[in-house]
Design a protein around this ligand. Structure first.
Ligand code: SF4
Length: 314
């Protein structure tokens, strides 16, 4: 069931997830389209997430934006494409390559206590190599050590890839196209912003979208949402994910399409990264329990990093 409506205010709105935004020219959503999107969100009882560009919006936009409950990505949630020297927001996104995440682990550790919640998002999952497994583990352990000290000091900062799994007893994925949908400046719906970017740059190497003018939209504000075969985006149609317990995994359908050509089939890289994070969460949980924090959860020991390798174990 839909719960969130992401409104991309401009083509240059900030990228906040796996996909970079390749669009460099401003293209502000018209005020009429913005009002229609807000009305759609109201009628469907959706929580609005506005995605901001890096310039001031006209006053009439601000008035429309404030007319409904919302979160502002790029404002309330600050997005960094590097590791900042300090974090000024409670809620921060760090978009980093695998290599940067590993090499800058101590810089991340230094700013980690400054945010109440830090979302770390790897921007080049496709480049992850199994030879980096130990380095990635080590970087996660570095952050775990900081988190443990923070907990002992009475603070409980969240880091998505380490602390989310502690609270979860079932999948909590991105669920683009299932519990959230994006409306772009052109007034059309997309499964997520990345599909809009792909359409705009004429990406033609995905699935059956072979023409540069390929339409990646799934409806518009006039006719409503129309997602063909929506069941294929859902967990119960994902043979690997539905039996997996890396509950914090984003299960990114855009990455899936990019790397396996199937929205519901994950790549080896995505699964290995998610399992390293799951296992680091398990280590953190054990450390917390040893330190006397009464957290009622159990994360089992497993012997694999990619469920595809060991399907027989299930
Ligand atoms: S780790 Fe792999 S199998 Fe598990 S939820 Fe993520 S993408 Fe699916």
């Amino acid at each position: 069931m839909l719960q969130y409506l992401v409104i991309l205010l401009d083509d240059t709105s900030v990228a906040y997830c796996h996909a970079d935004n390749p669009l460099k020219e401003r293209n502000l959503m018209s005020i009429e389209t913005l009002r229609k999107a807000i009305l759609f969100g109201m009628k469907e009882n959706l929580m609005i997430q506005y995605v901001y560009p890096d310039y001031e919006l006209p006053e009439e936009y601000n008035e429309a934006i404030e007319s409904i409950d919302h979160v502002k990505i790029g404002c309330d949630v600050v997005v960094y494409n590097n590791v900042p020297t300090s974090i000024t927001a409670d809620n921060a996104v760090l978009r980093l390559s695998v290599a940067d995440f590993i090499s800058k682990q101590y810089d991340i550790a230094a700013v980690l206590p400054q945010a109440k919640r830090m979302n770390i998002c790897i921007t080049d999952v496709e480049n992850f190599k199994d030879e980096q497994i130990d380095d990635y583990k080590k970087a996660l352990a570095t952050l775990n050590a900081v988190l443990l000290n923070q907990y002992k000091a009475g603070k409980q900062p969240q880091v998505n890839i380490l602390t989310d799994r502690l609270q979860l007893d079932k999948m909590h994925n991105c669920d683009a196209g299932v519990n959230n949908i994006t409306v772009a400046p052109n007034g059309k719906f997309y499964l997520c912003p990345a599909f809009y970017y792909d359409e705009k740059i004429g990406l033609n190497n995905r699935l059956n979208h072979h023409k540069p003018i390929s339409n990646r939209s799934v409806g518009d504000l006039e006719s409503g949402i129309n997602i063909p075969n929506q069941q294929l985006l859902k967990l119960d149609h994902a043979p690997l994910c539905r039996i997996c317990d890396a509950y914090q995994c984003k299960r990114c359908i855009w990455l899936n399409q990019k790397l396996t050509w199937d929205a519901n089939t994950p790549s080896h890289q995505q699964c290995v990264l998610a399992h390293l994070e799951r296992n680091a969460s398990r280590d953190f949980l054990k450390e917390l329990q040893t330190a006397g924090f009464g957290i009622e959860n159990e994360i089992k020991e497993i012997t694999y990093l990619d469920p595809f390798d060991v399907r027989k174990e299930f």
